[in-house]
Design a protein around this ligand. Structure first.
Ligand code: GLA
Length: 397
């Protein structure tokens, strides 16, 4: 073999090794599915959580009122199911280490029974660290015991928030800390949805399923402002291949109805979360919803996008300055397309059918309006308000 040939072969081998390495690094962790755990969340969980609106101000009577309102308002009929208490319910541990709730939650078992009596499910919150983020008692050193306590109260969902765990675990022990609680939950024999909250550290999406997670937060906390919400939403692009039935990326809970966003901004929030197959955990006061808030949270055409059984996550297919097009492929191969205007004044946005892999003649339905718009050839154009969205479903003739 000549020297040149050897050099060429060497270069080819190096290139091949490089390509293989890139492929290995880019490949998502193998996600076994279905498993008993992944069967608990075939579609993204839907429910309510106390944190975004009430922070540490919740109580047993308040939570029960939210559960009642979930049914009375029509939220339950729209698919919302979990009533989740967040931080601040914990009291002290008893002499044998059993966790007790504080005085605002006099009877957890009775509260769980009440939630179940309404046909809803009960979620709770803890931390792998000694303290929760708000400084209440965490589960460190009591994982199996706490899991058994939750099961005895009828808990169906656990949000497990890293918080002070950073003080007792090294970063490379994070996965083991999460796995430990997963095993503790499994050992109770009660099916419990497992929600990781560690703000997206260490590319959690690449290992969440391997520690039994049904969902994992991909970001730091949301707040009730358009700028924060839209930044989080944008950051989800590219995470789709890590999610699917049983295991979901969680860009945090909804802020719809909390007063900090205009209706068109709230429609943007809901549309983006549904395109992303995000868990839909309402974070407002369900006992005091305006008809507009309720309409945004319960539009059946929009919820069907989130709950589509294929569980594909949407992604951005086009961007020009503040104008963006996101697309999600549905189980029936129709496309849901979000035309987003991140600017301040109305702008027309055109989606070309070639751009989203469909034929030249398509039916278009406006999902917020719940109206069939008819047949379109080659493209569809809508004028989108500033900070707003037009969400359409595009179906073959
Ligand atoms: C963290 C979480 C929030 C909430 C609070 C409670 O900030 O990310 O969702 O649970 O803790 O203290």
């Amino acid at each position: 073999m000549t020297k040149t040939k050897i050099l060429i072969r060497g270069a080819l081998a190096l290139a091949l090794a490089g390509a293989l390495m890139t492929a290995v690094l880019a490949a998502p962790a193998q996600t076994p599915d279905p498993t008993p755990q992944t069967m608990l969340a075939r579609t993204p969980p839907m429910g309510w959580n106390s944190w975004n609106h009430f922070h540490c101000g919740d109580s047993e009577s308040l939570v029960e009122a939210q559960a009642k309102a979930m049914v009375a308002s029509g939220m339950k009929a729209a698919g919302y199911e979990y009533i989740n208490i967040d931080d601040c319910w914990q009291g002290k541990r008893g002499p044998h280490g059993n966790i007790h709730p504080n005085s605002r939650f006099p009877n957890m078992k009775a509260m769980g029974d009440y939630i179940h009596s309404l046909g809803l499910k009960f979620g709770i919150y803890s931390s792998p660290g000694p303290k929760t983020c708000a400084g209440y008692e965490g589960s460190y050193g009591h994982e199996a015991q706490d899991a058994r306590t939750y099961a005895s109260w009828g808990v169906d969902y656990l949000k497990y928030d890293w918080c002070s765990a950073r003080e007792v675990y090294k970063p490379d022990q994070m996965q083991a800390a999460y796995e430990k609680m997963h095993q503790a939950l499994v050992a109770t024999g009660r099916p419990i949805v497992y929600s990781l909250c560690q703000y997206g550290l260490q590319r959690v999406w690449s290992w969440g399923p391997s520690v039994g997670a049904n969902l994992w937060r991909t970001t730091d906390d949301i707040s009730d402002h358009y700028d924060r919400m839209i930044l989080i939403g944008q950051e989800q692009n590219g995470l789709g291949r890590f999610a699917g039935p049983g295991h979901w990326n969680d860009p945090d809970m909804l802020e719809i109805g909390n007063g900090g966003m205009r209706p068109e901004e709230e429609e943007t929030h809901m549309s983006l979360w549904c395109l992303l197959s995000a868990p839909l955990i309402a974070g407002n006061d369900l006992t005091k919803m305006t008809p507009q808030t309720l309409a945004i949270l319960t539009n059946p055409d929009v919820i069907a996008v989130d709950q589509d059984p294929a569980g594909n996550e949407g992604y951005r297919v086009w961007q020009e300055g503040p104008l963006q097009i996101w697309m999600k492929v549905m189980a029936d191969r129709s496309r849901v397309v979000g035309l987003f205007n991140l600017g301040f004044s109305p702008e027309p946005i055109t989606v070309n059918f070639g751009q989203i892999g469909v034929g030249s003649t398509e039916q278009v339905r406006d999902l917020w309006e719940r109206k069939d718009l008819g047949t379109f050839h080659g493209s569809y154009t809508a004028t989108v308000p500033g900070h707003g969205v037009v969400l359409v479903r595009i179906t073959d003739n």
